[in-house]
Design a protein around this ligand. Structure first.
Ligand code: 3PG
Length: 391
């Protein structure tokens, strides 16, 4: 029986995949094997020593202490692409809201309630205050062509925009999925200098923090509209507001509000609604539940942000999984320890991601607890799991 703790409300469609014959699932549960989380901030949480895996039902993992987890051998999963369509639809909404003064217009129209005026007449007279521009024929720059960036690119092409993308790390699958009319930029600065709209779809980390700052804004066309539906911190707020005040930036719309930008006249802040659709919440929960149960039951890893993708068919009755520091002579020591316990290896795989390596070893026979303990004692070994094939 595995125990899963949920730190947020997670869609039932996902949790129902965890058969209650094999899983206990609850918000409060002692010694959980796994955690499923959405936006709960785990950074300062005392993560129980029993936890083997954390699945984030969403893309960004800023709310999880990933480095600390890696050091403890806790595999952290996310659900790339599962909420991408929802975010894309809100980005398109944002582009439209930054071009057509719908929000101001609706607010003004509401204010007419109870005023003793001829509504039709006053609307026709005043509507010119809320004129806008069209997306068709404008140029959109996209920084980051992951699942969301590619979907935005394709739909912007369908809306008649010119699209240019910048992503030095684009995957082959994402490149395949992109409309051939999307232009590729090898230089962020060139992209910035050409576009009428800019949308950012990269994670927040040391290399992306403040990536849109005064220097970058100065390269852009006067009046550029900027969309940030990724993370707060990617845009330097102080530089942005100076840009908005001088007219260099025409409009900013974001899904992650910061206190200092809330009431700026040329900024619209959405309360982080990108992934808040029924469909996205279900998709994320389903993917998270599959990832964490697959890992707990088989040790196989897919979509982890801190461990390598590792998949070995569970064709034997037993297997051992070992995470270790990615340093020389680990595999030799592990196989020697197994050999000294007379264990016969049926199949094995060894992968690494950065400083962390991960091994799955299929075994012909059961392993004595003593051998498992010896494996844990090898210097550089982070964690060991011994699994029985229940299928
Ligand atoms: C994400 O990281 O997937 C999005 O920002 C959505 O986050 P949320 O699930 O916390 O709304």
């Amino acid at each position: 029986m595995f125990k899963i703790q949920t730190l947020n409300k997670i869609s039932k469609k996902g949790l129902d995949l965890l058969s209650r014959d094999d899983y206990e699932v609850a918000g409060e549960i002692p010694n959980p094997d796994g955690i499923i989380v959405r936006s709960f901030d785990m950074q300062t949480m005392d993560i129980p020593a029993s936890v083997r895996a954390i699945a984030r039902a969403g893309a960004g993992v800023n709310n999880i202490p990933v480095q600390k987890c890696t050091e403890k051998g806790i595999v952290v999963f996310n659900t790339p692409g599962a909420n991408a369509n929802a975010v894309k639809e809100l980005v398109l909404t944002g582009m439209l809201l930054s071009s057509r003064r719908v929000f101001e217009g609706i607010t003004w129209t509401k204010s007419l309630k109870g005023q003793d005026v001829d509504i039709h007449q006053v609307v026709e007279k005043e509507k010119s205050k809320f004129g806008g521009t069209e997306l068709k024929g404008k140029k959109l720059g996209i920084i980051g062509l992951g699942a969301i960036g590619v979907m935005v690119a394709n739909d912007a092409i369908a809306l008649g925009m010119d699209v240019i993308g910048y992503d030095p790390y684009i995957t082959i699958d994402n490149a395949w999925g992109m409309d051939h009319r999307v232009q590729k930029s090898n230089s962020l600065d060139v992209l910035l200098s050409e576009v009428d709209y800019l949308t950012i779809h990269v994670p927040l980390n040391d290399s992306t923090k403040g990536m849109i700052n005064a220097d970058k804004l100065a390269l852009m066309k006067k009046g550029v509209k900027i969309l940030n539906f990724a993370r707060s911190g990617l845009v330097n707020n102080a530089d942005l507001m100076k840009g908005l005040d001088s007219g260099q930036v025409g409009f900013y719309i974001c899904d992650i509000p910061d206190e200092e930008i809330l009431d700026h006249a040329k900024i619209l802040c959405i309360p982080h609604l990108g992934a808040s659709t029924e469909e996205a919440e279900e998709n994320c929960a389903i993917m998270a539940a599959k990832e964490i149960s697959n890992y707990l039951e088989t040790g196989n890893i897919k979509n982890s942000v801190n461990f390598p993708e590792t998949d070995l068919p569970f064709t034997s009755d037993y297997r051992i999984t070992i995470s270790n520091k990615n340093i020389p002579s680990m595999v030799g020591q592990i196989t020697t320890a197994l050999a000294s316990g007379k264990a016969n290896i049926a199949d094995m795989i060894n992968k690494h991601k950065g400083d962390t390596a991960y091994n799955i070893i299929n075994l012909d026979d059961a392993l004595s607890p003593e051998v498992v303990e010896n494996l844990k004692k090898i210097e550089g070994v982070i964690s060991v799991r011994y699994l029985e094939n229940k299928k």
